[in-house]
Design a protein around this ligand. Sequence first.
Ligand SMILES: Cc1cc2nc3c(=O)[nH]c(=O)nc-3n(C[C@H](O)[C@H](O)[C@H](O)COP(=O)(O)OP(=O)(O)OC[C@H]3O[C@@H](n4cnc5c(N)ncnc54)[C@H](O)[C@@H]3O)c2cc1C
Length: 533
Amino acid sequence: MKQCDYLIVGAGSAGSVLADRLSADGSRVLVLEAGGSDDDAMVKIPALFAGMFQGPNDWNYNSEPEPGLHGRRLFLPRGKMLGGCSSLNALIYMRGARTDYDRWVSDFGATGWSYDEVLPYFKRSENNAEIHDEYHGRNGGLHVTRERWLSPHAEPFIEAAAASGIARNDDFNGAQQDGTGLFQVTTHRGRRCSAADAFLRPAMERPNVEVVTGALVRRVVLDAGRAVGVEYIENGFLHTAVADREVILSAGAYNSPKILMLSGIGPADHLRDIGIDTVVDSPHVGQNLQDHPLTLLHWDTDSADTLGDLAQPAYMDQWLADGTGKLSSNAAESAVLWRSDSSLPAADFQMVFVPGYFWDHGFRRPTVGGVTIGLSYNGPSSSGSVQLRSSDPTAPPRIVSNLLSQQSEVDAVLRAIGLAEEIASRPELSATFGERVNPGRSVGKAELAAWVRADTQHMYHPTSTCRMGVSGEGVVDPDLKVYGVEGLRVVDASIMPRIVSGNTNAPAIMIGERGADLILGKSSNVAAEAVAV
Ligand SMILES: Cc1cc2nc3c(=O)[nH]c(=O)nc-3n(C[C@H](O)[C@H](O)[C@H](O)COP(=O)(O)OP(=O)(O)OC[C@H]3O[C@@H](n4cnc5c(N)ncnc54)[C@H](O)[C@@H]3O)c2cc1C
């Protein structure tokens, strides 16, 4: 039987950081990861991230029929390997707005998580190649850079957005989030820099860290109200591992609540329906699921300078030689961070320009050239849920994202489509954008709202299913301790009280950084001192 001080479930974005920080002082750390190794060229090549969908490194979940999306089931990829979703994601480095974190404190009682308090943790994890100021770190493990390959359309897109009244912004993670500019990405020398690369692999060099892959945790073992270990399945056999100090769930926004519920911690009526004895009646476990709806617009193009010819062997040769060329691109080049309503406290849309088709998660690949504008709605009001399908730990959870269940959300998307069309029709982009093909010509203004519901997917950002909050409203307290149980915390994207208005990898890594300090009893001032630039 394995024994450790800290037992971390899941080697994803947050779990990898925890493994590094908790082991640095000599504590014995055991990481149990259901997936396998990330030793796969597809993981390393930024442009091929969607090629991993439905493969062996993907949990390959699907939602239940979505009421706001004409009853469609959404495909929900999640990384199942070392690095978790940071090994399969689209590599955009984006933290969200100052107000996101300040509202965690004011609206949810998440003491200690204001923007000024979490900024040192973003900086501590970061190694930014280009931006060196008070908002960025340069000594962390996570490499953040500009793209190595940009199409000739990237700058004209920014110029067209500027001509439409959007201010230029060269750092979406700096003083101001709104504006138009180029993305930064989590790559190093043209290769993906996952949380496993940045944090887990350095930690694995220490003798006090053990990482077990292919270990599916089925439940937390509780003894007299305290978490003392977990049960996990490896190679078809059931094992128990014991934690002398704490068990920490970092299994992500779908699987952390699943493990809690399999352990008898969750909504009592739901657990009763599934046939699981309730240990702690915690009604918010699995509730409050949020994600960013993503509406993808497509145009044809006469330009040959797109990502449509990625399969050419020359690009692989180039990437293998020096990590440059089209395969080093994550496809998301230029962005507009924009408020669909000027009274909002932060940008509620992230408009993403892609010099190629990204359509139906990349499954739909038209043979002719095209370009895409993705509209990520970063201010959603809808929320869904994660529930158990059965008490079988290998059964996928029952997920309803509930995207666009409010008409006001569809109206916001329609306003963002208006801006996208304005930008696409500007003279700066006349060599880029041809005829709009999706929505097609038959979709007029009257049909557009229905098209939005028929076509919108999600931005792969589930959060908030184990949300942090005050007693009675949260699953975990502001120290990330699970209410009602000793020795158990959740540390991953599921603890966000409300989804941030940006991509969620950097925030999950920040949560890992701050979670580690909370576990070790260190204050955020320590983190601030550690990253002083
Ligand atoms: C396709 C895609 C594109 C994305 N693009 C971006 C982007 O461009 N930028 C960005 O910022 N964010 C992006 N994201 C989101 C971001 O990557 C995630 O929000 C973030 O990685 C979540 O971190 P986490 O630590 O909460 O969970 P994860 O990284 O998902 O880690 C959870 C880990 O736990 C393991 N696990 C789960 N259940 C068990 C179990 N029962 N037993 C043992 N192990 C288990 C999983 O296999 C996984 O390794 C994207 C996500 C996806 C899927």
